[in-house]
Design a protein. Structure first.
Ligand SMILES: [Zn+2]
Ligand SMILES: [Zn+2]
Length: 379
């Protein structure tokens, strides 16, 4: 399947897609208002106010109308505008203009549809314009052959946020729960904020580094992590493509230092927001210049080298926040302004689609030496 041509400003397609995107988010948002017990997360409800999300919903429906009008005027193909108009009308019929938040009874398990809608909206708002104006690969369309696969990964990891959260905390609690860490926590929380945040980012990145490196060097584990590396089209959604075993293991490892050190709520929250945005940024299809910052913090160029398809460069740039960690452990690679020629795996037979990739690592005999490209690197 050939990639779709890249969208250009002025064709009426971008406005059409924005209109459809906003109207779908509005519909999902209305579902959240109607069934908050099962579709929204208690943790996130504590962060936003109902007034704010009511306004956001109103804004999204109105903006969708405006964009569908723009698309109608600009595009010879009226179908985008019409689809968005139908979806918008549907949103209004479902009560989109008069939804009201209500008090919610706490249930044990719920989906994170509110998290999915809000994060998808926010990330698209930040990264779609960046990729449009400053693309790294200006031939690559957002609608490349595997964009739906990446969107499914994004949706699943957000919908099951509660499950992922609980699983992430388990190993740290099991191994370190018996220790009395209050003294350490007090010391950490008395540090200046910047130092505390640096410590949180640095320690989690060290743990992440080794978890990540084990996934590369261990034959069977590589099958799981290969899913993340299978994307040939790096963009803001590509980083979501991660097998759930990979997520559990790497996140629980990274959570250990957070648990032991007991950082303040402020530091923890800033850490979570930073990591969420930064992880999307380093996969994004953008050549924005970061100047000297690229030596201090990982950038798209840095992480694209980690995804390089040429076996010569496998086993480089495992750190996700601080390049100096790779420098210390001898896996640093950042050649000036040069970017890798291509990203992905050289195995053309690698399964495509969420379901196939979900079962793929389990189908392989763990004792059979499989093609692990990392073994051929000179590490
Ligand atoms: Zn990797
Ligand atoms: Zn990656």
């Amino acid at each position: 399947m050939e990639s779709n041509p890249r969208l250009k400003v002025g064709e009426g397609k971008i406005s059409g897609y924005i209109a459809i995107f906003l109207s779908i988010l509005s519909l999902l948002g209305i579902l959240c208002f109607k069934f908050p017990e099962v579709l929204t997360t208690a943790d996130l409800r504590a962060v936003y106010t109902t007034e704010l999300v009511e306004k956001l919903l109103l804004f999204a429906i109105l903006a969708s109308f405006v964009f569908s009008l723009v698309s109608f005027l600009l595009s010879r193909n009226k179908k985008y505008a019409l689809i968005a108009l139908v979806l918008c009308t549907f949103a209004i019929v479902l009560g989109g203009f008069e939804v009201q938040g209500r008090s919610v009874e706490k249930v044990n398990w719920s989906l994170g549809l509110d998290w999915l809608v809000l994060d998808l909206f926010l990330m698209a708002l930040i990264f779609v314009p960046i990729e449009l104006v400053f693309p790294k690969n200006d031939k690559q369309s957002k609608f490349h052959p595997e964009w739906r696969t990446d969107l499914i990964y994004f949706a699943i990891s957000h919908l099951f946020i509660q499950l992922f959260g609980v699983m992430t905390k388990r190993p740290a609690e099991a191994f370190f729960g018996w220790m009395n860490l209050d003294g350490l926590s007090q010391w950490v929380q008395n540090l200046p904020f910047v130092l505390e945040l640096f410590l949180a980012l640095f320690l989690t990145d060290i743990f992440q580094y080794w978890a990540h490196r084990i996934f590369h060097s261990h034959n069977y584990l590589w099958r799981f992590h290969a899913v993340h590396h299978s994307t040939q089209h790096m963009d803001w959604l590509a980083g979501s493509r991660t097998h759930f075993i990979d997520i559990f293991f790497t996140r629980s490892m990274s959570f250990i230092p957070l648990y032991i050190m007991g950082f303040s709520t402020l530091t923890f929250n800033v850490y979570v927001v930073f990591i969420a945005i930064h992880a999307v940024l380093i996969h994004a299809n953008t050549r924005i210049k970061f100047g000297f910052l690229k030596y201090l913090i990982t950038t798209p160029q840095y992480h694209h080298w980690h995804h390089c398809e040429d076996p010569k460069y496998y086993g480089k740039n495992f750190a996700v926040v601080f390049p100096f960690i790779d420098y210390i452990f001898g896996t640093y690679h950042l050649p000036g302004d040069v970017w890798p020629e291509g990203t992905g795996l050289r195995e053309s037979s690698f399964p495509k689609g969420f379901i196939k990739q979900l079962f793929y690592p389990f189908r392989v005999n763990p004792f059979k030496s499989e093609i692990n490209p990392n073994e051929k690197s000179d590490r």
